[in-house]
Design a protein around this ligand. Structure first.
Ligand code: G4P
Length: 288
């Protein structure tokens, strides 16, 4: 789903999410485990405010396991419980209910002591487009219930979806915008496929991705493209991959568009293995 975010839409989206938050006990903030920071809304802490929250590192099946564990630790240090999940297969989803119950135990005990009848925990899934919100709702509900998630500006009636006896979800997730004014965020989201019809130039995305791989996963790059050594200059690396894969135009020139498409497709299809594009140590230093 592509949403054009304009200031009016952003304000409306924020209002819609704020209204929904009033109805629930806990927020499930969905992020992409491959880009846990870039796939968050820049104002999320302010929007969620004091509501209990669990950060769900979705698509963990595609992310680097070692870094996913580091990210869970990063959030823990910020007093935000986090879980790694794969909404497509359902891996890790059981823990969501268990952890929610733990986090809300005091609140529910308090309610019970005042004679309020026990009820299911009410939750809202929040995240930027393409992070897997609909997939998660459908997976938790065990059936295909999500209509197209509500777009900023369109109001639909709220409905609750039952997840076992203990949890109820709002059927339309909260959609918020990424920090797209930051170009690096855009490049990371485009590389992972969160932004599809990218406004960014494909070759630019590929240069970013190759530089990243060169720095962080050089062996994978060598293995995948049968490189003896990785050239210093990213342009030479681009050329070499283009040549090896036959992305050549008439006259013998490298077809950079075709090479870019191939590299980006292979990254998204995990041909270079499970990749995470952000390391929590960078964010700790910057005190984010
Ligand atoms: P949204 O509601 O937040 O916008 O996201 P949605 O559920 O539509 O999911 C976006 C894409 O991400 C979907 O792929 C979905 O199958 C995939 N996805 C969601 N959760 C997971 C996960 O845990 N692991 C993996 N590997 N994929 C997940 P799609 O519709 O086929 O689009 P695409 O594959 O062309 O990107």
């Amino acid at each position: 789903m592509t949403i054009q975010w304009f200031p009016g839409h952003m304000a409306k989206a924020r209002r819609q999410v704020t209204e929904k938050i009033k109805l629930i006990d806990i927020v499930f903030e969905l992020v992409d485990a491959r880009v846990p920071m870039s796939s968050r809304n820049p104002m999320i802490d302010e929007i969620i405010s004091s509501k209990p929250r669990i950060v769900l590192l979705n698509k963990a099946d595609m992310a680097d396991d070692y870094l996913t564990k580091q990210w869970i630790q990063y959030f823990k240090e910020k007093q935000i419980p986090a879980l790694a999940i794969d909404s497509q297969t359902g891996t890790g989803l059981k823990q969501i209910v268990t952890l929610s119950r733990e986090l809300l135990k005091e609140k529910f005990d308090r309610l019970a002591s005042r004679g309020v009848k026990p009820r299911a925990i009410r939750a809202l899934i929040i995240g930027i487009p393409n992070v897997g919100k609909s997939t998660l709702i459908n997976r938790l509900a065990g059936k295909n219930i999500t209509k197209t998630a509500d777009r900023p500006g369109v109001t639909t009636a709220q409905q609750w979806v039952k997840v076992g006896k203990e949890l109820e979800l709002l059927d339309t997730p909260g959609i918020l915008w990424p920090k797209f004014e930051d170009q690096l965020v855009g490049l990371k989201l485009a590389t992972t496929g969160a932004i599809k019809d990218s406004i960014l130039n494909l070759q630019e995305i590929t240069v970013f991705a190759l530089n990243f791989l060169k720095e962080n996963y050089p062996e994978r790059l060598k293995d995948r493209y049968h490189l003896e050594e990785i050239p210093e200059e990213v342009v030479s690396l681009f050329d070499e991959i283009g040549k090896k894969r036959g992305c050549i135009m008439s006259g013998g020139y490298i077809d950079y568009d075709k090479t870019s498409e191939l590299i980006i497709r292979e990254i998204r299809n995990e041909k270079l293995g499970r990749l995470t594009f952000e390391n929590p140590s960078q964010y700790k230093e910057n005190n984010h």
